[in-house]
Ligand binder design. Structure first.
Ligand code: DHB
Length: 390
């Protein structure tokens, strides 16, 4: 097979890239090692920045989001037993976020791409990248029928996540990492919404987050030990922790049947070597943020918006300057999102390795963002999404 652009990975980065390129008339092939039901069923975060929701509409995949997504004017920060509302619409001159789960975004993208005849291959094995430093790189893999396949391309987009083969195909890399000594236990609950917006709580027993999915299903998280076992968290203990960390006098979160539980570890990671010859990395393949603030998907889409413009210039006017500056220009925004995700995470969690002094500083940080309009504006502009292309 031949395709101008070979895309490894059918997550947010790979699928948005395929659609952005298709809009410009540039063909691509998407491959992924996971099954389609796996991709469409994996529960991740669910907040779309304003520009990202606008891009969905622009690309013709925003209909269900507009119908089923939850448009939130702001968030609530809870600490010292009190709730404080931050109104993003007012602080940012009209910007909002949409709570719409990542796997629903993927379902909509795959259906739309399929309708447009986009080549997509799921459940492939043994993916390998070749001749990246030449002008005819290729991808080899085994297809679901067990046949060895090769895609010859002009460019390869490595959108295959933190554990994928693309980053590993770059021999010398400049990388930065921080691993946090805590994780999140996330649950899906059959219950009506407890509150009209997300609540991020800093509590002495640890962080908690109240989010939503549908009018019937709610998403909630509590800080936990990342190496803990789900067996240590029977439903009663989860509710005890959620109530302790999220309830305030006069308002208690609504319980329901817990039908899904999982523990996630948390890290910050940046691979600054986002390009190697004709391979370009995007999304989790080159950066990870901790989940607080839900920047992962938005950051991945920002990368591929930039990459699609650079590739479009290559194919339309033979100009490679934006391909050469892809990494340094993308990294400026990536580091700002890394900073914000780290800031939200450290401010809101209880780190067992920190001193009481540092804990008090985090509470002071929360007091500051809820008292000072300047500080609140800084949080708000990051939460709704910093500018994507300069
Ligand atoms: C969700 C996840 C987040 O990390 C966040 O900051 C907000 C919401 C969610 O899964 O709904």
């Amino acid at each position: 097979q031949r395709a101008p652009v070979g895309i490894i990975g059918a997550g947010p980065a790979g699928l948005f890239l395929a659609l952005l390129l298709k809009r410009e008339g540039i063909e691509s092939v998407v491959i992924d090692s996971r099954t389609r039901p796996d991709i469409e069923g994996t529960i991740r975060a669910g907040v779309l920045e304003q520009w990202c929701a606008d891009l969905m509409r622009d690309l013709g995949v925003g209909e269900r989001m507009d119908r089923e997504g939850h448009f939130h004017e702001g968030i609530t920060l809870q600490f010292g037993g009190e709730r404080h509302h931050l109104n993003f619409v007012e602080l940012t001159g009209g910007k909002q976020v949409v709570v719409y789960p990542q796997h629903d975004v993927l379902i909509d993208l795959i259906a739309h791409l399929e309708g447009q005849g986009q080549p997509m291959l799921f459940s492939v094995k043994d993916t390998a990248l070749h001749d990246l430093e030449s002008d005819h790189p290729s991808i080899t893999f085994t297809d679901p029928e067990g046949q060895a396949q090769r895609i010859e391309c002009d460019f390869i987009a490595g959108c295959d996540g933190f554990h994928g083969p693309s980053r590993q195909a770059i021999p010398r890399r400049r990388e930065f990492q921080k691993v946090y000594p805590f994780g999140w236990l996330g649950v899906l609950v059959e219950a009506p919404p407890s509150y009209h917006e997300l609540i991020y709580s800093n509590h002495e027993r640890g962080f908690a987050l109240l989010s939503t999915r549908t009018p019937e299903i709610q998403r909630m998280y509590i800080q936990c030990n990342p190496r803990d076992d789900l067996k240590n968290y029977p439903d009663e203990r989860i509710w005890e922790e959620l109530h302790a960390r999220l309830d305030v006098p006069g308002h208690s979160i609504t319980e329901g049947r817990i039908f899904q539980k999982g523990i996630i570890a948390m890290r910050s990671f940046v691979c600054e070597t986002m390009q190697h010859g004709r391979l370009f990395l995007a999304g989790d393949a080159c950066h990870i943020v901790p989940p607080t603030g839900a920047k992962g998907l938005n950051l991945a889409v920002g990368d591929v918006l930039r990459l699609s413009r650079a590739l479009t210039r290559h194919y339309k006017i033979g100009d490679d300057s934006k391909l050469r500056t892809y990494a340094p220009e993308a990294l400026r925004r990536i580091w700002l999102a890394e900073r914000f995700s780290w800031y939200m995470t450290t401010m809101l969690h209880r780190d067992p390795d920190e001193t009481d002094f540092e804990q008090q500083i985090h509470v002071a940080d929360l007091a500051y963002v809820t008292q000072s309009r300047a500080a609140a504006t800084a949080l708000a502009e990051n939460y709704v999404g910093l500018p994507v292309l300069e």
